[in-house]
Write a protein that binds this ligand. Structure first.
Ligand code: ADP
Ligand code: ZN
Length: 807
């Protein structure tokens, strides 16, 4: 017996191995297998079982079969193969990235300092020197994961690349057996009595008071409230005031979430009933039925999804329910958990541990779990008899994975639905232009919920023109008077404020605060990025470069400013303005640990936060009735990112964030600050007018031949050596144009190559190239041919099919 094995390496090839007698009964498609590969041993996946091998030379034998059960079957495999072809990503890598790993035998990178090499180069970065120093202390070498932990850094690859290339470090694949250890968490508890005659600082007293009120609690929950908690707690422990201990944490989907309210006994309104009927029809057909559910925020979409899932479960089917952010699953789970048997629900997202993920995967595979809820990776769960896939907030860019296999879970939901003949519901208050286009063309069934539940009004949206705002010093303020007054009034009324800043727009661009003119590319119609060090403005799309002008070409004003402000600055400013308010910040910096965002949301829910400042993380889905004011600090930030979807993104974000306000009995108020109040994305958002926005946007897309009127494939190249890389890139660009002519008769446009927006990351120089064409197949062939010819010259290539941003 022989098996064909997909190995996680950058090659499209699969490899055939012989199966020794002892393993024959256990061999099956979808099982992991340990095989010799060159000098290494690697874990691959069995993708085919053969009775005869085509090739007659002596084949190597498999070494181990760690899985008692397969992780996928032949039907799942056709889906994975499709993904591999479409995203131009080797099958072995696709499987390695999508399936849960980390439980069985695997090989890991093992690193060692090369003592033969000359002493460290002066030009090494601090981090690189740190790595070398650490390695010097490990004469036998160290596992990469160990090194990561020791340095407290996850992204070491770039630095290791540099060190390896310089011959200072040697790496090798070695076998490990990652232990699945119980997870522990630190807890704290007050002692039975306070020791007498002790003085405490204000902070210590506050801590003690808090613990007295709460009883025992996880230390991590205190981090939000007190700074440097652990050291304070240690001091108090030494004084005998309290004691710290460890508690084992269960690795299930986590404790039953308590955010939000439970609602049962809801009667669907007329619009909801019609939508549900439409979905039930699709389900009854037993065929692939793609639907777009366009419903304003708070129109009762979730309620409809839950009814549809109930229907599927009643018929012994299974369902997948995707949400864009992990943070959203908690609130959703409390709604789902109260309706369906808890045992039949699994949560999958990247925030849960590998071992929990693996356990869940097995339960799903056995059919014990029939509803899977989660972020994008949950789409690949091996749900039995899959009948329904819901993609909530389908327009959301977090469905797109931005590294390694750059898939879009929204698009793949449709592909999976087609393979397994299921109903797929894409739901949104602000559908992607592309999705709405397909629905309008009749490719998706269009379902609509036009009004909010109980006809609650949509919030009043005010637009503040920042061009006319000045502070005492004559500068454009971060927060306008209107917004500051609105916050003050909201605080006085005991209600909550959400302040939103779009981090995506964190790149800086130049504009004229007098007339709102933004310096943009004459070729590409996107804003130019400010490269302060070189004194130039650059187009990250076509590489157009221009010197920074001192005057505005439009109004001759001379106050050219760069813009780009982070959430931290906003927090500072708000603290200064409202010292008595309870302020919290929610962004990728304050939510690095699992559970962080849930904790912040729970505090918001309990009314312990007056003003929450955050990035798009806070714009989605959350339903908090006490929020009555939403402030958008800089609407332009997302309008001026170099991306043809900038207007779409901006409209979506503004509409979604506005939808957070006034969900309870109090009417909501939204204040949007902008330098371009006349832009259609902002005007349409102010009017809550999606179809109006769509009607404005579509002709522009058609005119510039952007999706949905074309398809794009982005290629990103990186090299350690700038000059060599540059030469190779120029060749690739020429070859791409040549291939576009010969293969597609000039129907494919080649844009670039240009330097990437982040031109150098961790020692690697980066360039990008965009292929644009009407026809997906020829575009794919072209990209494939182009990639086959490269990969030498130390170039690394990343492909991005249907890129969401211009990378
Ligand atoms: P969406 O997903 O469109 O934002 P939800 O389904 O979350 O909307 O509904 C918004 C709120 O209205 C929720 O609190 C939900 O419980 C409630 N709701 C939904 N449908 C109804 C209904 N038919 N009658 C009363 N309340 C409803
Ligand atoms: Zn350009």
């Amino acid at each position: 017996m022989f098996v064909r094995v997909a190995v996680p390496i950058p090659s499209v090839q699969t490899f055939t191995y012989a199966v020794p007698e002892t393993f024959v009964p256990a061999v099956a498609i979808g099982k992991r297998v340990l095989v010799p590969f060159g000098k290494r041993r690697v874990t691959g996946f069995i993708v085919e079982v053969l009775n005869e091998a085509v090739c007659h030379q002596k084949l190597r034998e498999i070494l181990d079969l760690p899985d008692p059960e397969p992780l996928f079957d032949a039907e799942d495999l056709t889906f994975y193969e499709w993904i591999s072809r479409y995203y131009l990503h080797p099958l072995g890598k696709v499987l390695g990235e999508l399936l849960p790993g980390g439980i069985s035998v695997q090989s890991e990178r093992w690193l060692c300092r090369n003592d033969g090499a000359a002493t460290a180069d002066q030009r090494l970065s601090v981090r690189q020197k740190e790595i070398l120093e650490h390695l010097a202390g490990c004469p036998k070498g160290i596992l990469l994961s160990r090194l990561r932990r020791a340095l407290g850094k996850n992204d070491l690859y770039g630095d290791l690349h540099v060190l390896e290339a310089a011959g200072l470090v040697i790496s090798e694949e070695r076998l490990t057996r990652p232990a699945v250890r119980p997870k522990k968490e630190k807890w704290v508890e007050l002692g039975p009595e306070l020791p007498a005659g002790m003085n405490f600082t204000a902070k210590q007293s506050a801590l003690i008071g808090f613990l007295r009120e709460r009883g025992e609690m996880p230390v991590i929950d205190l981090h939000d409230l007190f700074k440097n908690t652990l050291s304070s707690l240690r001091t108090l422990e030494n004084k005998g005031v309290l004691h710290l201990f460890e508690k084992e944490v269960s690795r299930g989907p986590g404790p039953a979430p308590t955010i939000g309210k439970n609602e049962n006994g809801i009667t669907l309104n007329e619009a909801q009933t019609m939508v549900l009927d439409g979905i039930l029809e699709c389900l009854a057909s037993g065929r692939f039925s793609p639907c777009l559910l366009y419903g304003v925020t708070g129109s009762g979409k979730t309620e409809v999804y839950l009814r549809a899932i109930a229907e599927v479960l009643g018929g012994d089917g299974g369902a997948i329910y995707l949400v864009p952010e992990i943070a959203l699953t908690a609130q959703l789970l409390s709604r789902i958990g109260s309706r369906f048997p808890e045992r039949e629900i699994a949560v999958l997202h990247s925030g849960i541990s590998q071992s929990a993920r693996y356990d869940q995967w097995k339960r799903i595979w056995r059919g014990e779990v029939r509803v899977v809820v989660g972020a994008r990776s949950a789409l690949f769960a091996p749900v039995r008899n899959l009948r329904l896939i819901v993609v909530d907030e389908e327009h959301d860019s977090s469905y797109k994975q931005d590294d390694r296999l750059r898939y879009n879970a929204r698009d793949l939901a449709l592909v999976r639905g087609r393979f397994s003949e299921t109903t797929v519901i894409l739901g949104s208050a602000t559908p992607a232009v592309q999705s709405y286009f397909h629905a309008a063309e009749g490719r998706y069934r269009c379902l609509t919920l036009p009004a909010r539940i109980d006809d609650r009004p949509l919030p009043q949206v005010e637009v503040v023109d920042l061009r006319t705002e000045r502070d005492e010093r004559g500068l454009t303020p971060l927060l306008s008077r209107t917004l500051v007054e609105a916050i003050r009034a909201t605080l006085a009324g005991g209600q909550q404020t959400l302040l939103f800043l779009n981090r995506r727009g964190f790149h800086t661009y130049l504009f004229c605060p007098d007339c709102g003119h933004v310096f943009s590319c004459p070729n590409c119609d996107i804003s130019l990025t400010h490269h302060a060090a070189e004194g130039v403005l650059k187009c990250h799309h076509c590489d157009f470069t221009v010197k920074i002008a001192s005057r505005c070409p439009s109004c001759k004003g001379s106050r050219i400013r760069s813009y780009g402000a982070g959430t931290e600055r906003v927090e500072e400013e708000v603290k200064k303005l409202f010292p008595a308010a309870r302020i919290a910040r929610m962004d990728s910096d304050t939510t690095t640990r699992p559970g962080d965002s849930e904790r912040i949301l729970r505090r918001l829910d309990r009314g312990e936060i007056d003003i929450l400042i955050g990035t798009q993380m806070i714009t989605k889905g959350h339903d908090f009735p006490a929020i009555t004011l939403v402030g958008v600090v800089a609407a332009d930030a997302s309008l001026n990112i170099p991306d043809f979807r900038a207007a779409e993104r901006t409209f979506q974000i503004l509409t979604q964030v506005s939808g957070r306000g006034g969900r309870g009995d109090q009417p909501g108020r939204v204040v949007i600050q902008t330098f371009t109040p006349g832009h259609y994305a902002i005007r349409r958002a102010q009017e809550h007018d999606y179809t109006g926005f769509y009607a404005d946007e579509l002709p522009l897309r058609r005119q510039l031949a952007y999706p949905p009127f074309s398809r794009l494939i982005g290629l990103q190249f990186s090299s350690l050596k700038k000059e060599e890389g540059k030469r190779a890139i120029a060749n690739i660009g020429a070859r791409a144009r040549e291939l576009a002519r010969s293969m597609t008769g000039g129907k494919t446009e080649v844009i670039g190559p240009a330097e990437s927006p982040l031109a150098r990351i961790r020692g690697r120089h980066r360039w990008q190239l965009l292929l644009k064409g009407k026809e997906s197949r020829s575009l794919h062939l072209l990209a494939q041919r182009l990639m086959e010819g490269t990969g030498r010259d130390g170039l690394e290539i990343q492909v991005d099919v249907d890129p969401v941003n211009f990378m």
